[in-house]
Ligand binder design. Structure first.
Ligand code: ZN
Length: 306
């Protein structure tokens, strides 16, 4: 499925380099190396009409030995790319000379405006930078953990347990009943915004089982024929959205009010109209969300979403 925001970074993650401390040191001593500053989970972006990631050189890291270690993101065109968390600094724009040329916008707000490969790099970086910020201590014994492997794991100083950045799978599914689909609305969403139902995959559960369970829990509808279509990294903070369709075996909706305010069946014509522009009854998610692509593929008769 094309056009999934946060996919297609173009970076070779070069995982074999993560344990090559000498190579990483050399790259961080090379002015050609690109370092993406983050501040409080926001990437540095050049200001202007066409936002782009604002890459710094490794000089940014000088004197910051006590700060969080940079995360090795990968290589493109022979150039190593890192992310660096500047959250310990109160005024990084002024301190590092970015005032007036760059800022730290919320990634959700800026992602759709960045070139797709840059949005994907920012997603990768945000996911891992956030994980480091919240995993300074070992969940096993409570002692400090330390960064290793170019930022792709942490080791406990006391019990030596290794910890790795986790990814939390979320199923998001368009439930189909012939020419109708099931959409739901969370209480916090403005009317008439609806989207595909979604929920976290639980431990010891397949993707298909999670789809069946979530639709039954949230809307009281029984589904079968779960089909996986496409996925989307969603680094807020650590999700992987698994986009599916499922076929309705029952039609009556019983909404779980703790999860949804409302759920309803919408015809293909209603959804097609809402894709063009919000209608009084329905607004659908923007292209940044995988739900948009699931809905569009169904409306446009993509055979994989039939
Ligand atoms: Zn430990």
């Amino acid at each position: 499925m094309k056009g999934i925001v946060f996919s297609g970074s173009g970076l070779d993650r070069a995982a074999h380099r993560r344990r090559d401390a000498a190579w990483l040191r050399e790259r961080l001593a090379d002015d050609a190396t690109r370092v993406l500053p983050f501040w409080r989970l926001a990437p540095l972006v050049r200001t202007g009409d066409a936002p782009r990631l604002a890459w710094a050189t490794p000089a940014l890291l000088e004197g910051r030995e006590e700060a969080p270690a940079p995360v090795f993101l990968g290589v493109a065109g022979g150039i190593a790319h890192f992310a660096a968390d500047l959250s310990d600094r109160p005024e990084p724009l002024a301190e590092f000379g970015f005032d007036g040329v760059a800022h730290f916008p919320d990634l959700r707000a800026i992602a759709g405006l960045l070139p797709p490969d840059e949005a994907a790099i920012a997603a990768q970086a945000r996911h891992v930078v956030d994980w480091h910020a919240r995993h300074g201590f070992c969940p096993g014994c409570g002692e400090r953990t330390h960064v290793q492997d170019g930022g792709w794991s942490r080791r406990c100083a006391s019990c030596s347990t290794e910890h790795f950045p986790r990814t939390d799978p979320v199923v998001i599914m368009l439930v189909l009943d012939g020419e109708r689909c099931l959409l739901g609305r969370q209480p916090a969403w403005p009317r008439p915004f609806f989207s595909a139902l979604a929920g976290f995959v639980e431990g010891g559960e397949t993707l298909e089982e999670a789809v069946v369970r979530e639709v039954a829990e949230e809307a009281g509808v029984v589904v079968s024929d779960v089909r996986y279509l496409a996925s989307q990294p969603w680094p807020f903070p650590a999700s992987l959205m698994l986009g599916c369709t499922a076929r309705a075996a029952t039609r009556e909706i019983v909404v779980d009010r703790s999860e949804l305010e409302e759920a309803d069946w919408f015809t293909k014509d209603e959804v097609r109209a809402a894709l063009a522009a919000p209608t009084p009854r329905l607004a659908v998610p923007p292209p940044m969300a995988i739900a948009h692509h699931l809905i569009r593929a169904w409306v446009e008769g993509d055979s994989s979403a039939a």
